[in-house]
Write a protein that binds this ligand. Structure first.
Ligand code: MG
Length: 172
């Protein structure tokens, strides 16, 4: 058997799950901005029941989607005092524990953040390292991309932030 054919058979024998998540939070002056697990210096922050880390929320939904376990609002209701002002990294850790409990491991995640301001480029590396540490994976497995929307739509007007996340889970 050729090496290429062998690789195809190994892949076919491997189980994978894909998940995608999406979240939006409004911006308001005077609130702290937590994004991708880190505090970002900004005159505006996210309106939320939790710390408002919209990137982590989208990522949690990607994992929950891959596991077919509903969504973050179902798991951590915003009507519960338990989650009032909670550090979203705690929520991510709990979701990662579910991934492990179900026998899956994280292959990679890819996150796209749409935010008009502040510029996120100086913070991408810190976010990747932070989220990788929370998930217990190599930083290499965590991709975070940021874009503006060229001043179009609610993101472009500085009214909110939009995040898309995709994850791949695998098990032998
Ligand atoms: Mg949210």
């Amino acid at each position: 058997m050729t090496t290429k054919l062998r690789k195809i058979f190994i892949f076919a024998d491997m189980h994978t799950r894909i998940g995608q998540g999406y979240d939006v939070h409004a911006l308001k002056e005077g609130l702290p901005m937590w994004l991708g697990g880190i505090r970002i210096d900004s005159p505006v922050g996210f309106v939320a029941h939790s710390d408002g880390d919209v990137a982590i929320h989208a990522l949690c939904d990607a994992f929950l989607g891959a596991l077919a376990l509903g969504d973050i609002g179902h798991l951590f209701p915003d009507t519960s005092d338990e989650f009032l002002g909670i550090d979203s990294k705690i929520l991510l850790r709990r979701v990662c524990d579910l991934v492990t409990e179900k026998g899956w491991s994280i292959a990679n995640v890819d996150i796209t953040i749409a935010l008009q301001a502040p510029k996120l480029a100086p913070h991408i590396s810190g976010m990747r390292q932070c989220l990788a540490a929370v998930m217990g994976v190599d930083t290499d497995c965590v991709s975070i991309k940021a874009t503006t929307t060229e001043k179009l739509g609610f993101v472009g007007r500085g009214q909110g932030c939009e995040v898309w996340a995709v994850c791949l889970l695998e098990k032998d």
